[in-house]
Design a binder for this molecule. Sequence first.
Ligand code: FAD
Length: 478
Amino acid sequence: MNDPDNKKVLIVGGGFAGLNAARTLGNKKGISVTLIDRRNHHLFQPLLYQVALAALSPADIATPIRGILRQYQNVDVLMGNVRSVDFEKNEILAGFGTLPYDYLILACGANHSYFGHNEWEDHAPGLKSLEEATEIRRRVLLAFEMAERTRDQEHRKRLLTFVIVGGGPTGVELAGAIGEITRYTLSSDFRSIDPRATRIILVEAGSRILPAFDAELAQKAARGLEKLGVTIWTQSAVTHIDENGIRVGSEEIAAATVLWAAGVEPAEINNELGTTLDRSGRVIVEPDLSVKGHPNVFVLGDQANFGHGLERPLPGLAPVAIQMGRHCANNIVRDVKGKERKPFHYFDKGIMATIGRADAIVQTGFLKFGGLFAWLTWLFVHIMYLVGFRNRMLVVIQWFWSYVTLRRGARLVTSRNWKLAKRVDLANRYSMSLLLTGTGRRKAGSKAASKKASKKASKKSSGKKAKPAARKKKPSRG
Ligand SMILES: Cc1cc2nc3c(=O)[nH]c(=O)nc-3n(C[C@H](O)[C@H](O)[C@H](O)COP(=O)(O)OP(=O)(O)OC[C@H]3O[C@@H](n4cnc5c(N)ncnc54)[C@H](O)[C@@H]3O)c2cc1C
């Protein structure tokens, strides 16, 4: 199918940048494309929090990459993990072997950063993949199930305390969505607990939430969150996370569910490239998005630091990745045609974040607004960017259904371990490992410690000042 005389373009990553590069190069004469991704699907990360909070199902926001690119005869798709690049030989090393290239596009995205505390991940999952989203869904829903059946009031309080670390858009969306399910969806489903009494604490190291937004809009968002029962702690750098909860300075919050939305770092492959990286590990790219000294290698999206002519480098956003993907592909086409490359310029259409039911904030140029109209704008933009007609239809139908009925259709507690799930009571199994540190596993003395911690926590939520903020890792959507 692919002419051996064609220029071979290898794309690593089928996210926003890689996929748009592949589409732009699709069916172009003189070019053969191979896209490699460690997953078989393109994931629409902006709606991941809706999977995590049971509003959508995983398949609603993910589409097989092979299916998306099937109309392009010159595009091959391979599933695999790319480990490193040999710039001398012009080949990549993947889990399945090596592959040569004439042009290489690296678009591997980003991972969570726990600021040197990777051990926190078990207790505070982040939100980057479907696995993490369904794990968060499991933890959140299971916490309510466990709270319903325990008679220990202190333990119940801990189960009904949710902490979200990081006040960027992802943290705000997660906190708002938990507020929403406790206020609306679950409010009449339980008999022993009142989900509306759930404590939701959004912890932010900086002086305010949503630092990328105008201060007035961020204030508006904070008021919206408070209406949903979210308590916001600013200037509160988390210093410890374990199975009992979190610590902020000397204060402890006993919480069964802690979610991480505080920091990201670029894909690990950056460390294997031997190119110039910025402080957060992104590859500093040239004006045409290529790597210095390697004009046939490009780095795009969350993996790249592009700062030419800008006050600060472009943030990790989907439109940045999409525009980079298209631009880079067009430059490759220009190369093949013997034309000069063009420098990349980002067209900034603005930023937005949703807070909850019928509430969002939008900032575009001089235009800043919040509330219902912002929420409708948010819905429209997300539907437009979602890949695949089927997914768009499904999401619209589910949003409409949820809006009218206040229900969420994907409230499933599922296990990742299919063999064990057949045999054991899920709640018991997970209570052992994650949720029920309040019974059985905890030593006698730690109950008192937890009591002390929840006392401190309630003191704190009533407005006591916290410890100063830790440093932020890099500009990202976080
Ligand atoms: C929860 C969340 C919410 C967000 N919300 C918004 C939003 O509302 N608006 C917005 O603009 N942005 C949002 N973002 C940011 C946006 O999703 C990213 O900026 C965008 O996905 C970056 O695109 P990318 O192509 O660089 O990377 P990605 O989309 O992350 O794609 C990277 C791809 O590379 C693959 N990959 C990684 N390493 C390898 C390897 N070694 N070998 C093979 N394949 C590899 C991955 O499997 C993945 O498919 C959000 C991000 C998250 C996590």
